[in-house]
Design a protein around this ligand. Structure first.
Ligand code: BTN
Length: 481
């Protein structure tokens, strides 16, 4: 490993090249106050503003959590300018944090006390007016107690829950003084997608999150109400969902389905994942699949002539199921995204293995945003929605899955009996008559989505009056409403 040598507070240390100054210092036993940084987070928020240090040659103090070590660097953690900034940040932070050390489970282990000592300050200064919030304490989790009044909004718990565990049960809500870490819709922790692992408690620097039993439970209660048995019990289908494989965590249900099909799995076998760590989207994109959402794949052995209809069938089955279970107006965007109020709630991926003129197997992969808060995921927050987000309450994944399997089988049997799915699918398309952009391969075409053909292609009326036939692509509706 390549290392660099630097000097911090007169001490010569070495650190791995590329290391952030904060970790280099802490690793050498030199304390720099910090709250929002976590060792595993490569992109710290640098939001707490406590880790200011002075680096020789730089005009302004810098945050040690973002500054990368360099050969010969000379650092002063106790410089006047850096301390002034850190002290002000601490005073502001403490003005909205309840400090009741004598009655706090974290007393003497609280990082705020350590920081105050290091900065030579009292926990509460007189400079800023105290802003008391008096938010309700959430004791609903079997594992921990959450007191938002003691939270300093460092974001460690949010990061761990979302990025390390891929759950996203908690996130930030509101802005300014009202800003708070909360579950989706502010529901009690016990009703959220929290699985009680307690990792958020372990990283909390204050008494905001404390274990009920004083320590992390050994056996974590990671149950999910979803199970193979709960899906198959009294399911009104002939073959789809008669065999269900449920995995709490998978890379992708598509991969598991491929293996199953390779081993001769019965038609209608369904693979469900509580969460996916590498969900696959169309056009080699990734698909976010945190717990609380639906991620499943259905194995089918269709006739080759039915392949174009599978896309139609799957999106239609999803739209119908969502309407039936939630009452929400689900629409299909060509070719097979399902939208609610103009935002994507479901993505469908169909993979088919063809041998000569015969279909070996097809897998319909369906991802539905159910109990998912798009605002926690900036990469999709403007384009995605979830059932819970639309309804303002959490929704049973089980109910949706069971309905979906029934609708899928109904349409598949109809298809096999010679009925056409095309007209039904076409009539559910939100795309037709709309001005759209279509990304197809490298090209992006603009025009009015005029119609669709029975094989599923989109007919696009170009500005020059010509009609383009698009077999596969990605549509953006120009006018959202
Ligand atoms: C899209 O890009 O819109 C399609 C997303 C498909 C996601 C589902 S989730 C279940 C199945 N497993 C995967 O890895 N992908 C599909």
């Amino acid at each position: 490993m390549k290392t660099v040598s630097l000097t911090i507070d007169g001490r010569k240390i070495s650190a791995p090249r590329g290391e952030k100054l904060l970790w280099a210092a802490l690793g050498s036993g030199i304390y720099i106050p910090n709250l929002c940084a976590l060792r595993d987070n490569p992109e710290p928020a640098a939001g707490c503003r406590l880790c200011f240090v002075e680096v020789a040659g730089k005009n302004e103090p810098v945050t040690a959590c973002t500054e990368v070590v360099a050969e010969g660097m000379v650092v002063n953690t106790r410089g006047t300018a850096a301390l002034r900034l850190a002290r002000t940040a601490f005073e502001l932070l403490m003005s909205s944090c309840a400090a009741d050390c004598a009655h706090c489970a974290k007393n003497r282990r609280c990082e705020l006390q350590k920081i105050a000592r290091h900065l030579g300050m009292k926990l509460k200064s007189k400079r800023f007016r105290e802003l008391r919030r008096e938010l309700p304490i959430d004791r609903s989790s079997p594992v921990f107690i959450y007191d938002p009044n003691k939270c300093v909004l460092c974001g460690r718990c949010v990061w761990v829950c979302r990025e390390q565990l891929g759950i996203g049960a908690i996130g930030f809500a509101y802005r300014g003084f009202r800003r708070v870490v909360t579950t989706f819709g502010g529901e009690p922790v016990a009703d959220s997608s929290c699985r009680g692992c307690g990792d958020c408690v372990s990283v909390c620097p204050t008494g905001a999150l404390v274990f009920k039993d004083g320590k992390k439970p050994e056996k974590q209660k990671m149950e999910d109400s979803l199970s193979a048995a709960s899906v198959t019990a009294n399911l009104k289908t002939r073959f789809i969902g008669r065999r269900v494989l449920y995995y709490p965590r998978l890379t992708s249900t598509m991969e598991a389905a491929k293996k199953e099909a390779g081993g001769g799995a019965a038609e209608g076998t369904v693979i469900i994942a509580g969460e996916q760590t590498r969900g696959k989207g169309r056009i080699k994109r990734t698909w976010l699949s945190p717990p609380g959402n639906i991620s499943l794949s259905i194995i089918l052995y269709p006739d080759i002539s039915h392949l174009p209809s599978l896309i139609m069938l799957a999106s239609l089955a999803v739209a119908r199921s969502l309407r039936k279970v939630t009452g929400l107006e689900a629409q299909i965007k060509w070719p097979n995204d399902v939208l609610i109020n103009g935002r994507k709630v479901c993505g469908i991926l169909i993979e088919t293995d063809i041998r000569g003129k015969r279909v070996d197997h097809s897998t319909i992969g369906i991802g539905i945003n159910v109990n998912f808060m798009p605002s926690y995921f900036p990469e999709v927050s403007s384009s995605a929605t979830s059932l819970a987000d639309e309804l303002g309450r959490s929704v049973s994944r089980l109910d949706i899955i069971r309905q979906l399997l029934v609708e899928t089988e109904r349409l598949y049997l109809a298809l096999r009996a010679g009925e056409s799915i095309y007209e039904k699918w076409r009539d559910n398309l939100v795309t037709l008559g709309r001005r759209v952009y279509v990304k197809s391969g490298e090209a992006t075409l603009e025009g009015i989505a005029e119609s669709v053909t029975p094989d599923g292609s989109l007919l696009l009326r170009r500005p020059d009056g010509s009609l383009a036939r698009i077999v596969a692509g990605d549509v953006t509706l120009r006018d959202r409403t």
